[in-house]
Design a protein around this ligand. Structure first.
Ligand code: AMP
Ligand code: MG
Length: 309
C-alpha cells in the first residue's frame, strides 16, 4: 500500500482491488496521470472514467449536488458499488470526463482501496484494469495477464466481492435513471425515488452517443499538416497543432498541445485547448492530426469525431 501511494503521488498508475472489479487507478486531478490510464489500457479513444472519492465530504468539491436524492443515495449505499453521475466542477480535468459536463462518482467499499484512497486524500480515477475491449478483471492474476509489464504495481486484494461493475445512475426530474445495471438493484434504488430505465451505458459510452458530449461550437476540420493550409484571408481561423511551429502563426488564433512534443501531455491538454479556441468564436478550427502512435490514436479519434459533427 505504501508503494501504491508513492506511485499515485508521482502521477503514475497502479492497479487496485475494488469490491466490483480491479481498477486501474491514477490521481483524478492530474491530467497527465489520467492520460497514463488510457495509455496503459491501449484505449483507442477517451471514455469518461469513474472518480472514486476518499471520503463522502469530497463530493461537494468535485460535483454539484442539485437534488436531495443524492445525499440519500450516498448515505444508503456509500461506500459501495453505486456510481452517481452529477454535474462536474472545474476541479475535475476534462480528460477524466472525456469533455462531458458531468462526472461519474462513487466510493469503493474495498478495505484496501479505502485505506489507500483515504491516505492519498484526493479523488482517484479508475476504469477497469484490463486492456481495451477485454473483460473486466476480478483477480490480481487477471490484471497481470492483461497489463503485466505495462504498469509498475498491482495490489493483490484477492478475488473481488461482486465481480461485476458498479451500478451507474443519474437523477432526472426527481427520478433515478439506471445507466448500467449492477450490484445495487432497481428494487433497492426504488426506495428512494421512482426508477426510469436508461439506455445501457455501453450505448452511452459509444462514440458520439453521450447526450451532452462536448463538441466545439465552431466548425472543425482535421488536416495531416498545417503547412499546406493557405488562403484563409478574411476568415477567423483557429489552428490547433501537436507542437509549436511557425505554420501556426499564420492563423488568427492558435494553440498547441505539447511544448515538448509529448503525446501524453498532448492528451492531457486536448479538451482544454479545444475549449480555449472555441471560446474565441472562430469561423473555423483547423486541427492538425498528431502521430498515430500510443495515446495519439485516441487524440486523433477525438479530433475526427469533433470534425464529423
Ligand atoms: P468502467 O470504469 O470501465 O467500469 O466504465 C465506466 C463507465 O461509466 C462507462 O460505461 C461510462 O460510460 C460510464 N460513465 C462515466 N462517466 C459518465 C458520465 N459522465 N455520464 C454517463 N456515463 C458515464
Ligand atoms: Mg471497463
Amino acid at each position: 500500500m505504501a508503494r501504491a501511494l508513492e506511485l499515485l503521488d508521482a502521477g503514475q498508475v497502479v492497479a487496485l482491488p475494488t469490491e466490483t472489479v480491479y481498477g486501474l487507478a491514477a490521481d483524478a486531478l492530474n491530467p497527465e496521470a489520467v492520460a497514463r490510464i488510457f495509455e496503459a489500457k491501449e484505449r483507442p479513444r477517451f471514455d469518461p472514467l469513474i472518480v472514486h472519492l476518499p471520503e463522502q465530504k469530497a463530493l461537494d468539491h468535485v460535483s454539484k449536488i442539485e437534488t436531495e436524492i443524492v445525499p440519500q443515495l450516498t448515505q444508503a449505499f456509500w461506500p459501495g458499488p453505486l456510481t452517481i453521475v452529477l454535474r462536474k466542477r472545474d476541479t475535475i480535468p476534462d480528460i477524466v470526463t472525456a469533455g462531458l459536463e458531468t462526472v461519474a462518482i462513487r466510493m469503493s467499499a474495498n478495505p484496501i482501496f479505502m485505506k489507500i484512497a483515504a491516505k492519498f486524500g484526493r479523488p482517484i480515477a479508475a476504469p477497469s484494469a484490463n486492456r481495451f475491449g477485454q473483460i473486466s478483471p476480478t483477480r490480481a492474476s487477471h490484471v497481470f495477464d492483461e497489463l503485466g509489464g505495462r504498469i509498475a504495481l498491482i495490489v493483490d486484494g484477492g478475488p473481488t466481492q461482486h465481480g461485476i461493475e458498479s451500478t451507474i445512475v443519474r437523477i432526472v426530474n426527481g427520478s433515478i435513471e439506471i445507466l448500467r445495471n449492477g450490484p445495487i438493484t432497481a428494487e433497492k434504488l426504488a426506495q428512494f425515488a421512482p426508477i426510469v430505465k436508461g439506455r445501457s451505458s455501453d450505448t452511452v459510452a459509444a462514440p458520439g452517443q453521450l447526450p451532452s458530449h462536448y463538441a466545439p461550437h465552431a466548425k472543425l476540420v482535421v488536416v495531416a499538416t498545417l503547412e499546406n493550409v493557405l488562403g484563409w484571408s478574411g476568415k477567423r481561423i483557429a489552428a490547433l497543432s501537436f507542437r509549436d511551429s511557425t505554420a501556426l502563426h499564420r492563423f488568427w488564433t492558435r494553440a498547441y498541445l505539447s511544448e515538448r512534443g509529448d503525446l501524453r501531455e498532448a492528451a492531457a491538454n486536448l479538451f482544454q485547448k479545444l475549449r480555449q479556441l472555441d471560446r474565441q468564436n472562430p469561423d473555423l478550427i483547423v486541427a492538425e492530426l498528431v502521430p498515430e502512435e500510443g495515446i495519439g490514436a485516441a487524440i486523433n479519434e477525438r479530433l475526427r469525431r469533433a470534425a464529423v459533427k
